[in-house]
Design a protein around this ligand. Structure first.
Ligand code: ADP
Ligand code: MG
Length: 257
């Protein structure tokens, strides 16, 4: 019996790509994360939601190495990455997008993605990087924008460029912070399809999004943060029906008024 249990535990662990254990992030007196746990399994899209200020961006910042957590541990692909710097994390396969896109505005769309290919997980020559960048842009639906300056892109194109740059890092785990925010319904649909295609390439995704409908459409599992703690996790529909989640969102709506 013991052997079976141990075997099951190990096979579960093999599927675990990211394990955030009791992660706390304090900013002065504010606990942006308060002993938050999050498990992300290989190949899944995990939707991460929660009211404004609940700690979603902070969790992405901690996972991608922008902040060292005040307490807790992060295990990625079997290795302890607590406190690892963003560059090292990018090299072992953690990439992210920013809530506000951060392109190099002095470069073309193509060169923004080519730079990521040059300095990503495997080094590429400028020429190879530019060829790969064309493929990545085609994948993201931006082939025709390749030679434009970034400043000519609209919001949806900038958001998809942000995704293309992250993909050029060949991540195992891609953290998306509100990539669909501010997009109109047909752009959101394009984004949902693009994110599915990214997952189909074998990338695991954590998808932070305010648009709960998009999260329910896309996510294999969902987790909800409230005041820096995970209050629910599991099947998207069940999570959204959870009274604790309903209460957290009603609280948010009340505060927003
Ligand atoms: P979300 O992305 O869920 O809206 P955030 O993670 O951005 O929430 O913020 C969680 C809490 O932490 C908020 O109260 C926010 O004001 C605070 N916070 C986030 N980043 C910082 C920072 N760099 N310095 C101080 N407080 C911060
Ligand atoms: Mg945020």
């Amino acid at each position: 019996m013991t052997t079976t249990t141990e075997g099951q535990r190990q096979s579960q662990n093999a599927d675990l790509l990211l394990d955030c254990r009791q992660v706390t992030m304090a900013f002065g007196g504010v606990l942006a994360l308060n002993e938050a746990d999050l498990q992300v399994y290989r190949g899944e899209i995990l939707g991460l939601v929660g009211p404004n200020g609940s700690g979603k961006t902070t969790l992405i910042n901690v996972i991608s190495g922008q902040y060292r957590p005040t307490a807790g541990r992060l295990i990625f692909d079997g290795a302890d990455i607590t406190g690892a710097r963003p560059n090292r994390l990018a090299h072992i396969g953690v990439a992210r997008t920013y809530q506000v896109p951060r392109p190099f505005t002095s470069s073309t769309v193509l060169d923004n993605v080519a730079l990521a290919w040059m300095f990503g997980r495997r080094a590429h020559s400028r020429r190879d990087a530019r060829n790969l960048a064309r493929e990545t842009l085609a994948f993201a639906g931006l082939a025709e924008k390749a030679d434009l300056p970034v400043t000519k892109l609209n919001l949806h194109e900038r958001k998809f460029l942000e995704l293309a740059r992250a993909l050029a890092l060949e991540p195992k785990l891609l953290l998306l912070d509100e990539v669909l925010a501010g997009l109109n319904p047909s752009e959101v649909q394009l984004g949902v399809e693009l994110i599915r295609r990214i997952r189909d390439q074998g990338v695991t995704l954590v998808f932070v999004e305010h648009n709960v409908n998009a999260v329910i459409q896309l996510s294999d599992r969902m987790a909800v943060l409230n005041y820096g703690r995970k209050i629910a996790e599991g099947d998207p529909q069940q999570v959204m029906d959870d009274p604790a989640v309903v209460a957290a969102y009603l609280g948010d709506a009340y505060v927003a008024r």
